[in-house]
Unconditional design. Structure first.
Length: 191
């Protein structure tokens, strides 16, 4: 049984697809806790699904280290083997990442190493990229780097706007993150 925590900051759609895939496809996995660094729509969606949730707000802590210590404590308390970042909008420190070396996975809306960071869809359009997509990778201390686990791509269309592209990439995200979870649960994939 793969026990994993999910870290979110916003909409939470990738988290819901992971939660629903576990049920729908009978994946030997369990979301131990959904942690957010602020109140957000995703927390409500997690509660709707009966998942344990915890809002650990940065503003209640003096330092990033104290904030991350609280997050680490929640991950451990819920006996989580892995941590799936799903739209977690804060950069985790090297100390935090090293503490969970080989256990943290991120989903990023671009074909890394292209378009690290934010506004990936607009940047793909601005650069006239032929293809765009999504990457799932292991998290290391460097932003949006770390060994690649899976990628899915799609062609850009002349009519694409940042919003239309984001919507099409999101459909790929919703397939690929559960796919990676399935790989872990079936032991086809090891980190
Ligand atoms: C997704 O595009 C994900 O790739 C990125 O943040 C967004 C989160 O969306 N890291 P959601 O909160 O899962 O709906």
């Amino acid at each position: 049984m793969i026990r994993f925590a999910v870290l979110i900051s916003g909409r939470g759609s990738n988290m819901t697809y992971l939660a629903d895939a576990i049920k729908d496809y009978n994946i030997a996995a369990q979301i131990t806790v959904v942690i957010s660094n602020r109140y957000c729509a995703g927390i409500t969606l997690a509660q709707d699904r009966g998942l344990p949730t915890k809002v650990i707000n940065r503003k209640n802590f003096n330092t990033q280290a104290e904030h991350e210590a609280a997050i680490a404590a929640a991950i451990h308390y819920h006996r989580s083997k892995y941590v799936f970042l799903a739209g977690y909008m804060a950069i985790l420190s090297g100390d935090f990442v090293n503490q969970f070396a080989g256990q943290i996975i991120n989903i990023h809306p671009s074909l890394l190493p292209a378009f690290k960071g934010l506004n990936t869809h607009q940047r793909a359009i601005d650069e006239n990229a032929a293809t765009h997509g999504v990457s799932v990778h292991m998290v290391t201390a460097a932003l949006d780097e770390g060994p690649m686990i899976a990628q899915a791509s799609l062609p850009l269309m002349a009519s694409d706007t940042a919003d239309s592209l984001a919507a099409r990439v999101l459909q790929l995200e919703h397939q690929i993150y559960p796919f990676v979870l399935l790989g872990l649960a079936k032991k086809i994939l090891s980190l």
